[in-house]
Design a protein around this ligand. Structure first.
Ligand code: ATP
Ligand code: MG
Length: 204
């Protein structure tokens, strides 16, 4: 099967993530999309006021409920140590030699990937599907794709999805100020955030 991997902190999951998953599924003929929340992100300082892993997982479950090809994968969440993408992807290839993996990411990740631990080892394990994000235009994306392809032999395809200027950061900030987050996250996630008073202590 062709498996799309959508990795992230998902603090919280929002429609930008879901839209990327949906477009990757449709446009690249994938069979499943695995949402892969990280347990304790090494390259990212999670604000101590961010939601716990348990909350992040529950929000993903709500967001993908009812979509048969969207799956939650707890490989990194259950790991006792920091998970690095190169490791996870290597392990996925070993565990599922019958699958072909597509790693889905946004422009910010494509531009920072050289800072990821042992990033060179990621490229042989998957095809990268890279989506544009507000801060980079199409030309910059194409340049970066070409650069990574030529320098590291990476396989990267442009994932064309509608641009959504939505981030978990914006959602956390709005929730912290008691503002609604409806339409940026599925209703079931907005309800969950409200019900559990998430993101209330974030400095803004
Ligand atoms: P934060 O603001 O906390 O960094 P985020 O919205 O960037 O959250 P992450 O969990 O960090 O979400 O992102 C997971 C992946 O999804 C990354 O590869 C990121 O580039 C991508 N992504 C998130 N939001 C969007 C968006 N609106 N458009 C395109 N890609 C996105
Ligand atoms: Mg991010």
């Amino acid at each position: 099967m062709k498996i799309g991997i959508m990795g992230g902190t998902f603090d919280p999951i929002h429609i930008g993530h879901l839209l990327l998953g949906e477009f990757a599924y449709e446009d690249f003929g994938l069979d499943e999309i695995w949402f892969l929340p990280n347990g304790n992100p090494p390259h990212k300082e999670t604000a101590d006021t961010g939601a716990s892993l348990d909350h992040r997982i529950k929000m993903i479950k709500r967001a993908i409920q009812g979509v048969s090809y969207f799956r939650l994968n707890l490989h990194e969440a259950n790991a006792s140590e920091h998970s690095y993408t190169y490791q996870t992807m290597r392990e996925f290839n070993q565990m599922f030699p019958e699958h072909e993996f597509y790693f889905i990411l946004g422009a910010d990740s494509l531009f920072s990937i050289e800072q990821w631990k042992y990033f060179r080892e990621i490229f042989p394990t998957c095809t990268i599907l890279a989506a544009m994000r507000d801060d980079k235009d199409a030309l910059e994306m194409q340049d970066q794709i070409l650069y990574l392809t030529e320098k590291y032999g990476a396989r990267i395809r442009l994932l064309q999805a509608p641009l959504l200027e939505i981030s978990s950061t914006v959602i956390r900030e709005r929730a912290s100020r008691n503002l609604g987050v409806r339409y940026m996250v599925p209703d079931s996630v907005a309800e969950y955030i409200k019900m559990n008073h998430l993101y209330k202590n974030e400095r803004s």
